[in-house]
Ligand binder design. Structure first.
Ligand SMILES: *Cc1c(COP(=O)(O)O)cnc(C)c1O
Length: 380
């Protein structure tokens, strides 16, 4: 049976990127590879819309998150973590692990953080030097208003570190224009690669954020990355095959389809998925949904877990369930990267077949769902 990934990472990988990955790994201390690394870095800056620096790490997104914590936090300095799901919680765990004094702004799962709540916390405590937040909260499918959050941290003179793992190349994100100090990302979401590369991007005005006494850092010491990059190098052996693949992905995104059109396609995909799912009786879970992942509550009387399992076993369609407090309650459908309306039609058809078995009496019409998705795709 053919397997299709509709997971919120890893995602389907285009053939061209697989081909780039299958080349014999080049040696990294060669002029040819140094040129690739320089080109990829330049493209990553264009992707982040920053004139600052972007560093490549051999890690997944969590490694980039850890790199941000150890490079930004001076011993004893205090942080604010915004926690509205599993990935917000990951900031909290990292801060705990490194003994960073911190406060947590808890957000109800499925909701975006109210920027005014961040403003209030910062105004109350001048010591909160760095804010750690998530742009697209993959565990709930909710999107935070990054531009509004950045406006507040800039106005209050605090640093903002954003996990953009499922928003980069999916949602508009203008690091410099919006005033985001640090952006972290990973490769297996909107960048269409396997897991293995992570990035940390520093806005031009945040260059000094990693200098001085900080938490213990070695592998993730970005000062070493900064020193090596002008030579087209990284301090350690980079994931060379992934770098070649990333060059291909960035060519597809920036020079072929175009970043604006890529983001536009994700918006239309998200609207199509919501419309098609709702026509089948699924209920959108988050209040302010992301374009990267669509989280649904199943129709009344259907177990989310049974639907996820049947989609996988009968149709080869892999979607994700919920985590922690949402375990067994929701299904999460990823549509980041190389997806189109035909992919969603296939998934909607499969969901319809599953529901015909799991909830034979529920009112729904597969033809209507396909049509609803098409109309949303056309008009979104
Ligand atoms: C996938 C993801 C990460 C990174 O997780 P890894 O398991 O380290 O790849 C971080 N943040 C968000 C929002 C994600 O979706």
């Amino acid at each position: 049976m053919k397997t299709r990934l509709f997971t919120p990472g890893p995602v389907e990988i285009p053939i061209r990127i697989l081909r780039a990955l299958s080349q014999p790994p080049p040696h990294h201390r060669t002029d040819a590879f140094r040129d690739v690394l320089r080109r990829v870095t330049t493209d990553l800056k264009a992707l982040h819309k920053t004139e600052g620096e972007v560093f490549l790490l051999g890690a997944t997104g969590t490694g980039a998150m850890e790199a941000a914590v150890v490079n930004l936090m001076a011993p004893g300095a205090k942080a604010l973590a915004v926690n509205g799901g599993k990935f917000g919680e990951r900031w909290v765990r990292l801060l705990e692990t490194y003994g960073v004094p911190h406060e947590v702004l808890d957000v109800e799962w499925g909701h975006a953080v109210d920027p005014a709540a961040i403003e209030e916390r910062l105004a109350k405590d001048e010591a909160l030097a760095v804010v750690f937040a998530t742009h697209s909260e993959t565990s709930t499918g909710a999107l935070n208003d990054l531009q509004a959050i950045a406006a507040i941290t800039r106005a209050q003179g605090r640093r903002l570190v954003v996990d953009a793992v499922t928003s980069l190349a999916v949602h508009p994100l203008e690091q410099d224009a919006w005033g985001v100090d640090v952006v972290v990302c990973g490769s297996q979401k909107g960048l269409m690669l396997p897991p293995g590369i992570a990035t940390v991007s520093l806005a031009p005005w945040a260059a000094d954020a990693i200098e001085g006494e900080r938490l213990p850092r070695f592998y993730f010491d970005l000062r070493r990355a900064r020193k090596a990059l002008p030579n087209g190098e990284t301090p350690w052996t980079p994931p060379v095959s992934h770098v070649l693949a990333l060059e291909e992905a960035l060519t597809m995104i920036l020079r072929e389809e175009g970043l604006g059109r890529v983001q536009d396609r994700h918006r239309r995909l998200a609207f199509a998925m919501r419309a098609g799912g709702e026509a089948l009786g699924l209920r959108l879970f988050p209040a302010n949904p992301s374009h990267a992942v669509t989280a649904f509550l199943p129709p009344e009387g259907v177990e989310a877990t049974a639907l996820v399992k049947r989609l996988r076993d009968r149709h080869g369609m892999i979607v994700a369930g919920g985590q922690d407090q949402l375990k067994g309650r929701i299904l999460r459908i990823g549509h980041m990267g190389a997806y189109d309306l035909a992919d969603l039609h296939a998934l909607i058809g499969a969901i319809d077949k599953c529901l015909a078995f799991l909830a034979p009496d529920s009112p729904r019409s597969s033809g209507d769902a396909m049509g609803a998705a098409s109309r949303a795709w056309d008009t979104a």
